[in-house]
Design a protein around this ligand. Structure first.
Ligand SMILES: *Cc1c(COP(=O)(O)O)cnc(C)c1O
Length: 518
């Protein structure tokens, strides 16, 4: 029997490590073999159970998935090894949405590039944590250099930034900086220490009615309340209307409110529309507002010589959200928030003795925790780094350009189909439309409800059969279908077939569901 600390009564030392300690990477030959075997098996599972699917979804319902998974205890008392464990992921892989399938075209969920998937293997194996330099020395330096070049791409000479979990966090950070700045500069309140003063009740954020919901969410998290967000109506192109903006500002001023932040969107989630970034930059300067651009989606246009001019004005933003897990084709999660002036980070400065002591600051050791609202943080910068090295900006730009052209083709195909009506022709890679059969053009409420139900039913039936994953959304009270075309493997022919299928299903559903409306 083992004595205390693994020393037996006879004084001989035994290895006190648990048997489970063999499941870790080391230089030991057996450990290396286990790692190689595990990764190879995982790779084969991806290829055999996920990547070979003929349709983008199995069609399984929530109950069916629960049944398939109920066979496994989630927290078993004993494990039975790697091979059995990996085998149990089969129902998960089989019933995942095929993000690389040409007809998986619902959301801003991109197919990830193979170089990025390889990078993911490296960054999880090394498990660097970006909060302090001593947990991620080379990773910290790489992220900093990557961010520096991103700042150049967007025109920020003294810029800075960090990687984030995505647009939600990036928008939150932009508005956090904005809030802290106005309260410090205008009211002399260090909100980090003192909390919100009563004057904060008058602070207002301006954005378009089509801005992402996370602007309101951030206002709520920041203690300003969702009512602090004033939404400005959009014009015919679904971009923020400058006329409506100016009206909203004079109205706020009359009521003694302080507009302190403007959120412009470069690529609204439903329409891919880009707000007037230049004019809004001018207003931000005139009104002494923080200017945040939510370029979670559209930021990728900066890569393309053909499309970069659509972002003109972004160089004047105080902060920008860019997602790499959308139009930069990186696996989730991968985003960044950039600031035009690195000194903005003074507004959220704090020191934790164990991570970023002032001594390190003085010695110039970068501990990125001071720029992030996360502590432990993934080394996500490695993914776009490897992708950029492999494909170059040119390779990425070619996909941005191709998919924007594809959306244009889709819009033309919709226009050519008598049963489909184009709702919005986007600047980005999305198309919004409705199935409206001849009989549905009555214009009355019952007719409209019927068309709405038909569009829902088309979307549901495509998903139920696993045939295609398309999105639905509501535009001006009308239920519409939406194709978000991120996949550079989707062809015009795939779209032609998908749209034909949508019309065919619409017609079939119309006859089968007719009695429901009788
Ligand atoms: C996707 C998106 C977000 C949210 O970003 P996440 O990465 O999902 O957190 C915010 N704004 C816009 C415009 C987006 O497209």
């Amino acid at each position: 029997m083992n004595g205390v600390g693994g020393v037996e009564a006879d004084g001989e030392r035994h290895d006190p490590r648990p048997d489970a300690a063999k499941w870790f990477l080391s230089g030991d030959d057996d450990d290396r073999a286990r790692y190689r075997d595990a990764i190879r098996r995982a790779c084969d599972l991806v290829l055999d159970e996920f990547a070979d699917e003929a349709t983008p979804y199995s069609g399984a319902k929530p109950e069916e998935l629960d049944d398939a998974l109920a066979r496994f205890e989630m927290l078993p008392h004993e494990g039975d090894g790697l091979v059995a464990a990996l085998g149990r992921t089969e129902p998960v892989l089989r019933n995942s949405v095929g993000v690389s399938d040409p007809t998986c075209v619902a959301h801003l969920q991109c197919p990830p590039t193979i170089p990025a998937l390889a990078a993911e293997v490296l960054l999880t194996a090394t498990n660097q944590s970006m909060d302090s330099w001593d947990q991620s020395p080379a990773a910290t330096q790489l992220e900093r250099q990557f961010v520096d070049e991103l700042c150049d791409l967007f025109g920020y000479e003294n810029g800075d930034g960090v990687f984030t979990s995505g647009g939600t966090q990036s928008n939150f950070v932009g508005l956090l900086l904005a809030r802290n700045r106005v309260l410090l500069e205008e009211y002399g309140v260090d909100v980090q220490q003192a909390g919100l003063p009563p004057e904060a009740r008058d602070l207002r954020i301006l954005c378009s009615a089509d801005a992402h919901f996370t602007a309101k969410q951030a206002a709520s998290h920041l203690g300003l309340g969702e009512n602090a967000v004033v939404t400005v109506s959009t014009d015919d192109d679904r971009c923020l209307s400058m006329e409506a903006f100016d009206e909203a500002v004079s109205d706020l001023r009359e009521r003694g409110k302080r507009p302190f932040a403007i959120v412009a969107t470069a690529g609204t989630t439903d329409f891919g529309s880009i707000d007037p970034l230049g004019p809004l930059a001018d207003r931000a300067a005139e009104l002494d507002c923080w200017y945040h651009v939510d370029a979670a989606w559209g930021g990728a246009l900066a890569l393309s010589d053909d499309h970069a001019d659509k972002l003109a004005g972004i160089e004047a933003a105080d902060s920008v959200a860019v997602d790499f897990h959308k139009l930069f084709y990186q696996p989730i999660s991968c985003g960044a928030v950039l600031v035009r002036d690195e000194s903005a980070y003074d507004l959220i400065d704090r020191n934790a003795a164990y991570l970023n002591p002032e001594r390190d600051d003085d010695a110039g050791v970068p501990n990125l925790v001071s720029k992030s609202v996360q502590t432990t943080r993934r080394f996500d910068a490695l993914k776009p780094f490897v992708t950029m090295q492999a494909l170059g900006r040119e390779g990425l730009a070619s996909m941005v350009e191709y998919t924007i052209d594809l959306a244009d083709d889709a819009a033309r195909l919709v226009e050519a189909d008598p049963d489909l009506r184009l709702v919005h022709d986007s600047d980005l890679n999305v198309v919004v439309f409705r199935y409206v059969p001849e009989t549905g053009r009555t214009g009355d409420t019952a007719g409209e409800r019927r068309v709405a139900d038909l569009n829902e039913a088309i979307r549901d039936s495509l998903l139920d059969d696993g045939e295609a994953v398309v999105a639905r959304t509501t535009v001006d009270g009308e239920t519409c279908l939406k194709l978000t075309l991120l996949n550079p493997r989707t062809t015009r022919e795939d779209l032609r077939e998908l749209l034909r299928e949508i019309s065919t299903r619409g017609t079939a559903l119309e006859t089968t569901t007719d009695d429901r409306y009788a």
